[in-house]
Design a protein around this ligand. Structure first.
Ligand SMILES: NC(=O)c1ccc[n+]([C@@H]2O[C@H](COP(=O)([O-])OP(=O)(O)OC[C@H]3O[C@@H](n4cnc5c(N)ncnc54)[C@H](OP(=O)(O)O)[C@@H]3O)[C@@H](O)[C@H]2O)c1
Length: 292
């Protein structure tokens, strides 16, 4: 499996990660099936798993995804220490809604719960899930810096942030990853300079919902530009999209999600797919409608 670097000090990770959210939110598979998907992904060479305390059904179920990952790693026959788990804090799920709460005390409490759910003494990468408009951003990041100093988290990441946010955070604590929405339908990280800034700073950029998410990904197989490219390579359109994302920067690591073994394994094949310059350009120029 090809690897890609995170910021200085952190180990390289597989060029394709696994986003475990679909295994714990609405429509999730049962636990045994979820563990099979995680094992398949790890067996295929994935060494970065993305999760969050709020990948669950609601507040009574917080930590579901982290507990599932802990169980999958304990029962996996491979090398546990080669796998980096990146979790997040800063949101809650009242009645299943997604709500920000990145107050410093609450983040510290959430981190303790994540440590317990993951069954570890130190979390590999702890990401602020999103800035909270009710809390000064520097206060939220300050809480992550404190957690790092206390040895509860090894590296700090951010999610749903701008270049300015990243700069502010870097003045408080080194940043190893930035995780923003990036797929052919949503190209803001290129336009707003976040990918470029992360490249300059050697920060790993985790592309979330790289296939368009659970709904839009279903429109990919009929796409008039992707379909012939996929046919030419004997690959799925989904891997073509992931290969296009990989080609946007050497520090980009897509983290596709899946509820099925077949999809989890297929996505990893994107690393073997080398798109020609005219194919990349055709996807750059193509229209992707976010209407289903
Ligand atoms: N930081 C944030 O705010 C944030 C927000 C959203 C997501 N994320 C992260 O990003 C990860 C991925 O996002 P996502 O799950 O929303 O969307 P996604 O990865 O764009 O799409 C996942 C969907 O694509 C399907 N799929 C995956 N690989 C496929 C393949 N090779 N062929 C056909 N279908 C395939 C899956 O189907 P099946 O389910 O049927 O297998 C699944 O429904 C999440 O798991 C999470 O870790 C982060």
């Amino acid at each position: 499996m090809q690897t890609r670097s995170l910021a200085a000090g952190a180990p390289p990770v597989s060029a394709i990660g696994f986003g475990a959210m679909p295994l714990s939110i609405q429509g999730r598979p049962d636990e045994a099936a979820g563990i099979r998907v995680l094992h398949a992904s790890l067996d295929a060479g994935v060494t970065l798993i993305d999760t969050a305390d709020v990948y669950c059904l609601d507040n009574s179920d917080t930590g579901h995804n982290e507990r599932l990952i802990a169980k999958a790693l304990t029962t996996w026959s491979g090398l546990r220490d080669a796998v980096l788990v990146a979790t997040k804090g800063g949101l809650t799920r009242p009645q299943g809604r997604w709500k920000s709460d990145a107050r410093p005390d609450r983040l510290k409490q959430a981190c303790e719960q994540s440590l317990k759910a993951l069954g570890v003494d130190c979390i590999d990468v702890y990401q602020l899930h999103a800035p909270d408009s009710q809390v000064p951003f520097v206060d939220s990041v300050g809480a992550l810096a404190d957690l790092q100093q206390q040895g509860k988290i090894r590296w700090v990441g951010l999610s749903n942030v701008s270049v300015n946010d990243i700069k502010k955070a870097e003045s408080i604590v080194p940043i190893v990853t930035v995780q923003n929405h990036f797929n052919p339908f949503r190209r803001e990280p290129i336009a707003d300079g976040v990918v470029d800034y992360c490249t300059q700073r050697r920060i790993g950029f985790l592309a979330y919902s790289p296939l368009g998410g659970s709904q839009l990904n279903r429109t990919l197989p009929d796409h008039p530009v992707l379909k012939p490219i996929a046919e030419r390579h004997g690959a799925s359109v989904h891997t073509v999209v992931l290969a296009w994302i990989l080609a946007q920067g050497a520090n980009i690591i897509p983290i596709p999600g899946a509820r099925t073994v077949a999809h989890a394994v297929d996505s990893v094949h994107a690393v073997e797919l080398s798109l020609a310059a005219d194919e990349l350009k055709a996807i750059d120029d193509a229209k992707f409608s976010s209407k289903r």
